[in-house]
Write a protein that binds this ligand. Structure first.
Ligand SMILES: N[C@@H](CCC[C@H](N)C(=O)O)C(=O)O
Length: 263
């Protein structure tokens, strides 16, 4: 059998994108999804996304991590799926689609910039002097560092925290942030992603968590965040109960190539 696919990235977080409006893709075959995401034996990606028809919405996004398992929300993947829907001619500038964490509004610009509305987020939960937990559609641990982000072994430190007693078997994504001298400057972020089990170049729900947590350390909306894969921006409003609403994640998307794979 032959599978047509497109490859997208959002600030270096890359995805195999499949037009599955016919619902023909065998999503239960997790070994196959993992194989397609392998960087040497497959196409190579941090995750695989199915774009499907969904009554009452423009489309549905179904997300799998590189390990082949379905997971929680992927912010960069959501932005790339909006760009893909625009490429397919399913939407014009504005859309409302369904993802695993509920409905999302989004806007796409002619240059591929996508603005994605995230779900409201509950008040950050401190889990240490420099550490906070937030669920921005996916679970995120945020660790603030005074310095040394560039030299940090994100793989080793992230893997230890991800599988530690705080998060159990389900685990969490681990974000390391360097506090800028001026809170208006970009906040530098590196993320260890569960389900990829490695550092990725960028994580959308991760930078969203960082921006909201950084607001308790002097950052004001919109917060700019620099990842190894590029710049993202998060805007938001804080609620009276310490949670956040009207949360938007914005940044570039790119279709890298298209192809056909035999399996
Ligand atoms: N890269 C994503 C997050 C994808 C989900 C994550 N790996 C998990 O399983 O929690 C993003 O851009 O948000």
């Amino acid at each position: 059998m032959k599978l047509h696919f497109h490859k997208y990235h959002g600030t270096g977080n890359d995805f195999v994108m499949i037009d599955d409006r016919s619902h023909a893709f065998a999503e239960a075959d997790q070994d196959r999804i993992a194989h397609l995401c392998q960087r040497r034996f497959g196409i190579g990606a941090d995750g695989l996304i199915l774009l499907r028809n969904r009554p009452d919405y423009d489309f549905e996004m179904v997300y799998f991590n590189a390990d082949g398992r379905p997971s929680s929300m992927c912010g960069n993947g959501g932005r790339c799926t909006v760009a893909f829907a625009s490429f397919l001619g399913l939407i014009s500038k504005r859309t409302c689609f369904l993802a695993v964490d509920g409905p999302h509004e989004a806007r796409v610009e002619a240059d591929g910039t996508v603005h994605l509305r995230m779900q409201d987020v509950a008040r950050p939960k401190p889990v240490g002097k420099h550490d906070t937990f937030l669920d921005t559609g996916s679970p995120h641990h945020v660790r603030f560092l005074p310095a040394g982000l560039a030299e940090l072994n994100v793989f080793a430190e992230g893997r230890t925290l991800r599988s530690g007693p705080l998060y159990g078997v389900a685990g969490a994504n681990i974000n390391f942030v360097q506090v800028p001298a001026n809170p208006a400057e970009p906040w530098a972020v590196r993320t260890y992603e569960r389900g990829v089990e490695d550092e990725t170049l960028s994580c959308g729900t991760g930078v969203t968590a960082v921006a909201l947590a950084a607001s308790e350390r002097g950052a004001t909306s919109p917060v700019r965040l620099s990842t190894p894969g590029g710049l993202l921006e998060v805007s938001f409003q804080q609620r009276g109960d310490g949670g956040f609403e009207n949360v938007w994640l914005s940044g570039p998307t790119k279709q890298v190539f298209s192809g056909v794979v035999s399996y």
